[in-house]
Design a protein around this ligand. Structure first.
Ligand SMILES: Cc1ncc(COP(=O)(O)O)c(C=O)c1O
Length: 365
């Protein structure tokens, strides 16, 4: 087992605090404690419940038909949930199928654990849609786990309920677990998928307060599954890493989720307005093309003009325009692609887009 730095997190670490126009982020506009108007003075700063604050698990369970608070474990972000689920379910040498492109942890954790990881590609020529027959072809007798993310980061690829049910039935018929990352579920543009973990004991939902709520700083995520075996195995892993969650983070998440509709309605309206801004802008960009995201707050456009050196554009954007996108190489994709995030403030987005156009124009001068 060997962990390496993730290019994506390295890029963030190097540049995100050196820019004014962040059009690469994958969350809705970050909130402050002041925005939430919460009094946290009475929160006991003690160790919490190992599975997470009971009342928080209770509100989270409401999203999963037929599940209760006992079926939910609160974690330090979706990242800890992914780490614990994968570590609980696979051993070195096991075969794991992970959708790609994706948030890199989804494939880096099983790789680092010594698994044989097959990438299930969302292909540009297929509008970044999954090909379910291909998924079945990738499964081998050694496959233990399939990992899918929709709405997808970085492509914005979305699936419908019938496709989701197909994925669940594939997992069931081959007797493998399905880790379904639904971190952006609330930011669907049309039909919202059902809470995945309720669908079958083979399925584990992974989600987070980071993206749809704009609260990555509280480091609260969760998993939900009918499988008691998986939940127990996850607890055994996380006891060695974080033991329990941040008391402040749990209390903030609980207070926000009590007013969930208000937060999500606001986030959706904001994202729809920003999406229209990006769509209008994209239509004017001769050097760029994209597949319109079907949900979420990110898209994965690409530079079509082969005279342009993509890396030069991305670094020029940071250094000369104080603007930030994520290079495709951070997702093990062709570097002509970049992640464009449109969850942030409207003014920041508008200026960031103009700056992308200007950086491209500079390089063609
Ligand atoms: C699809 C997806 N899953 C999980 C995560 C992990 O985020 P967090 O640990 O903040 O919940 C990310 C972060 O970018 C993500 O994009």
């Amino acid at each position: 087992m060997w962990y390496e730095r993730m290019d994506l997190e390295d890029w963030f670490d190097t540049y995100q605090f050196a820019v004014d126009y962040d059009v690469g982020e994958s969350a809705v506009k970050f909130l402050t404690l002041g925005d939430l108007g919460m009094d946290l003075t009475s929160v006991a700063l003690r160790y919490g419940h190992h599975k997470g604050l009971p009342e928080l698990r209770e509100v989270l369970a409401n999203d999963y038909e037929g599940l209760s608070a006992d079926d939910v474990i609160v974690t330090a972000g979706g990242s800890e949930a992914n780490f614990a689920i994968v570590s609980a379910l696979v051993k070195p040498g096991d075969h794991v199928v992970v959708e790609h492109p994706n948030y890199p942890s989804l494939y880096e954790v099983p790789r680092s654990l010594g698994c044989d990881v097959a990438l299930f590609r969302l292909r540009r020529e297929n509008a970044f849609k999954p090909d379910w027959d291909e998924l079945e072809r990738l499964i081998t007798p050694k496959t233990k786990l399939i990992s899918l993310t929709h709405p997808n980061n970085p492509t914005g690829s979305m699936i419908d309920t019938a496709e989701f049910e197909r994925a669940v039935s594939i997992a069931e018929s081959y007797g493998v677990y399905l880790l379904f990352d639904e971190t952006y579920r609330e930011l669907s543009y049309g039909e919202q998928l059902p809470g995945a973990g309720a669908s079958s004991p083979h399925v584990i939902s992974l989600s987070s307060m980071s993206k749809s709520y704009g609260l990555p700083g509280i480091r609260i995520g969760w998993l939900a599954t009918r499988s008691a075996e998986v939940r127990d195995a996850v607890l055994a892993i996380r006891e060695q890493v974080t033991i329990t969650n941040s008391a402040l983070g749990e209390q903030i998440a609980f207070s926000v989720l009590k007013r969930k509709t208000e937060f999500i309605d606001r986030a959706r309206t904001h994202v729809q307005q920003n999406f229209e801004i990006v769509r209008t802008w994209m239509a004017t960009q001769e050097a760029l093309d994209w597949i319109e995201p079907g949900a979420g707050v990110v898209g994965f456009p690409w530079i079509v003009d082969s005279r342009i050196d993509p890396e030069e554009i991305y670094t020029r954007l940071v250094k000369e325009y104080r603007s930030f996108v994520i290079p495709g190489r951070c997702f093990e994709m062709d570097n002509a692609h970049f992640r464009l995030g449109y969850g942030g403030a409207k003014d920041e987005l508008q200026i960031g887009l103009v700056n992308i156009g200007n950086a491209i124009a500079d390089s063609l001068d």
